[in-house]
Write a protein that binds this ligand. Sequence first.
Ligand code: ZN
Length: 442
Amino acid sequence: MRSQDIISTLEQFVQQTPILDTHEHLIEESRRLAGPDPDDPFYPCNDWSYLYHHYALHDLYSVGFSREEARQFFSPHLSPKDKWRLFEPYYQRTRNTAYFLAVEHTLRQLFQEDHLDEGSVERISEKMQARTQKGFYTTILRDVANIESCQVNSLEHMLCDTEYPDLLLQDMSINSLCTALGPNTIANTEASTLQDWYRIIDHRFEHYGPRAIAVKTQAAYWRDLSFDPVTQEEATPLFSHLARDKNALSAAEQKALQDHLFHYCLQKAIDYHLPMKLHCGYLADNNVMPLDRLKNTASDLCPLLQAYPQASFILMHIGYPYQHEYIALAKHYSNVYLDMCWAWLMSPQASLRFLKEALLTVPSAKLFGFGGDYYPVEPVVGHAHIARQGITQALSELIHEGWLTEETAMLVARQLLRENAQRVFDYERVQRNWQRYVSLQR
Ligand SMILES: [Zn+2]
């Protein structure tokens, strides 16, 4: 076959393969249908500006957009054209990034709009509003983006009681049980001893574990990921002190208590056969990132990876910008998987190089190819487009350069887009348990 034909066959194959998306933060569809609220941090408005509300906003901040300008830009009270006038000068300074490129692809595929400008913003807003109807998540994800289902990490609930458990599988978020444990988390409960807290963790796992697709922690946002082995004897007085007096623990003692509880939660995740997803690398925010800490995450994790051979660790976002170390971890440790979620959006070129390097280094069964990582549903379309383009390009280049056969490339594409997720996550168990849960609710 001519090389052009190989590429178009591969391209078609990647386009037609329904993705099992391993990471999103999508808010519930019902919330979109209830209408926007200027005080809602995840859904303040429903016009064209909302397409820029999540990641693109971080690049706007990066070029000087102020918090006050953002408040106006996302206000439901400013007209689409007035929003354009506020946005346009900043847009010209950052429209090159993939955060913006994803929105462009979304405009094209979802709204058949090639240009964002003063003349199109009203029309785009009307089309968006017309689309916001019962069932529109299914249409956007399955029919437009060819994504079969998403694993959702709710930013507000330990596990979201979703209306669509087949489409939006849910992670169980363990931050408040261990790594974000502090005086405030305890104050809302009756717990005064470590034993009480174990019971709370046990109860949460009993309630959410059967319906969770995985366990998730964002701890890397506020602390290092070196989880020292802290014994129950050491942790018991620390918990009691904290429960009695919110200022009782030093930073080191606070970390020791969190470490102990993280190990407890990890063991629970293993008992419930839930993979442990860890945020690694770049932080989605502005003007706060301590790279010195993030730089050490991969090496910080080694003792944990060694101590729990029976766990499945999913290291997310390729640990960007330290992806080379994560390639080494996944090659070496049998219990490590790498998830490219968010990566195609953060840096498509770094992701392309990562994938090419990883595919000649790490067993392909240990890589997940796509997670949109968005809370608005629309731009997932554009992100999936970029990921498919990148995966096609990486595989084509590897064929072209003589590293992969066409047959292996097809196999790898299927694994990256769906088969690895299908094997590592227990979709059937979760769907069974949701059905049982829903029938008991009735
Ligand atoms: Zn995320």
